[in-house]
Ligand binder design. Structure first.
Ligand code: GDP
Ligand code: GDP
Length: 438
């Protein structure tokens, strides 16, 4: 399931970005700012109670030369499209304006959950001004102060209540959920069409509809799959074309709903920062990854071209050293037949459980070949036993005398041993250390 999305809407200067920054805290935005598109960070993540969520400040989008009311309408529409819950911020010092009333109308009609935050209520003496805001017709106003951090807990309590209404994805566990992620024009829709056009592929009559997208379930050779729709594949609205940030958000949401992420590159073009960021997110979220180099038909090749391109990908995507690379063409269909079997294979490794005694033999061998490190005081890391605690991605826990003694390089060494022994293709694996007393 993907993380829920909270959007912040409101007039300029009501305090949206102050509140956004409070909720986000010290996190670093995944999407960096680009001149011209935003004035500040507009997209990041937050957490409250048991929820991790995406948060977007629609005020960060500026459409130059448009009257305020048009900008506000546009931002409200974006929020309605993208968010599960909308936080509408007004200014408690100024009271209600015509623009507030207009936005309240739009939000009300959308039937999306809206939580009303009345900002700049810096001291409790101002609270009798709250009643005025009931006339917006969108429920109880929550008094907050972005600069002083007051009232945000109550506001977020109300926000996350609505998150619990979000339905789970309807697919059963054996269905491989896959998404195609990449810039516009790399050939994502062509690839989807090519997959669905393959022999023995049976596309379900009923598209899976979710809160975000239209998914395409299909079956091939007794394996169920679903293609999770992403930005720009089917829903090329004006809103998405004009703001790349929101297509990034859509990609992130698709990654969260996927078992296997196909990172699609265009053989004719290089690799850009955005490709790396999105692929990095798939890695962090523990998804299986296949790198697809599309439009291979359009490249002039000799016997070195493929190896060179592969090396370039390896250099750029260092963290994805486990992801298989496939060179193909959606247009000529060349090598298309390898794609689904590869998706199925990485999905199997993503869900692989290894036997505990074999795992422990591997670790003992690894330690024999390359002894565990010691700290400055000469204390040595001792691994008592190892067990696999999860799949998707495979996650291993080492029970040790002191987790601090497991350094990055030794963890990496053990990861490689496990990876090579069990041949974990296409999936990240995680190694955790827990203290175990004698
Ligand atoms: P945005 O345009 O809606 O994103 O608003 P900003 O977050 O940039 O805030 C606009 C101005 O209001 C800034 O000068 C903030 O310091 C100020 N501001 C934000 N929150 C509060 C608050 O709770 N109380 C007061 N007094 N000022 C605030
Ligand atoms: P998307 O924006 O990623 O969904 O990309 P599209 O599937 O719409 O494809 C963008 C353009 O690339 C279209 O003009 C396609 O015909 C073209 N295209 C897609 N796949 C291939 C391919 O394998 N080879 C060549 N030469 N062109 C392709």
């Amino acid at each position: 399931m993907s993380k829920p999305v909270l959007a912040i809407v409101g007039r300029p200067n009501v305090g949206k970005s102050t509140i956004f920054n409070r909720i986000v805290g010290e996190r670093v935005a995944i999407v960096e700012d680009k001149p011209g598109v935003t004035r500040d960070r507009i997209y990041s993540q937050g957490d409250w109670l048991n929820y991790d969520f995406h948060i977007i400040d629609t005020g960060g989008i500026e459409i130059s030369d448009e009257p305020l009311i048009h900008q506000m309408r546009y931002q409200a529409e974006l929020a309605i499209e993208e968010a599960d819950v909308i936080c509408f911020i007004v200014n408690g010092k100024e009271g209600i304006t015509a623009a507030d009333e207009e936005v309240a109308q739009i939000l009300f009609r959308s039937k999306k959950p809206v939580v009303l935050g009345v900002n700049k209520m810096d001291d409790p003496g101002m609270h009798d001004r709250l009643y005025e805001f009931y006339s917006l017709g969108i429920g109880d106003p929550y008094p907050i102060s972005g600069t002083h951090g007051l009232g945000l807990g109550d506001l977020l309590d109300e926000v996350v209540k609505h998150f619990s209404d979000i339905k789970e994805d309807p697919y059963d566990e054996d269905t491989i959920r896959m998404s195609l992620i990449g810039r516009p024009n790399v050939g994502k829709s062509s690839l989807v069409n090519a997959i669905l056009g393959e022999e023995r592929v049976i596309v379900s009559d009923i598209p899976g509809t979710t809160r975000d997208a239209i998914d395409t379930p299909f079956t091939k050779d007794n394996q169920d799959y679903v293609i999770i729709d992403t930005a720009g594949m089917r829903k090329r609205g004006k809103v998405y074309e004009s703001t790349e940030k929101y297509s990034v958000l859509r990609s992130l949401k698709a990654i969260e709903r996927s078992d296997v992420v196909l990172v699609v590159l265009n053989a004719e073009e290089g690799i850009i920062e955005q490709d790396k960021k999105i692929a990095g997110y798939a890695h962090e979220e523990g998804r299986a990854v296949v790198i697809v180099v599309n439009k291979w038909d359009a490249v002039e090749k000799d016997d070195k071209t493929m190896r060179e391109f592969e090396q370039k990908i390896r250099d750029e995507f260092l963290f994805l050293d486990y992801a298989p690379i496939v060179f193909l063409s959606a247009k000529t269909k060349r090598r298309m037949q390898h794609l689904l079997p590869l998706v199925q294979e990485v999905s199997e490794f993503h869900n692989l459980r290894v036997q505990t005694h074999i795992l422990n033999d591997v670790i003992v061998d690894a330690v024999t070949m390359n002894p565990t490190p010691t700290d400055h005081g000469g204390r040595r890391l001792r691994i008592k036993y190892t067990t696999q605690v999860a799949v998707a991605p495979p996650t291993f826990v080492l029970f040790v005398n002191d987790p601090e003694l497991l350094h990055f390089s030794y963890r990496r060494y053990l990861e490689n041993k496990i990876r090579n022994t069990f041949n974990f293709i296409g999936t990240p694996i995680r190694i955790l250390a827990r203290k175990k007393n004698d």
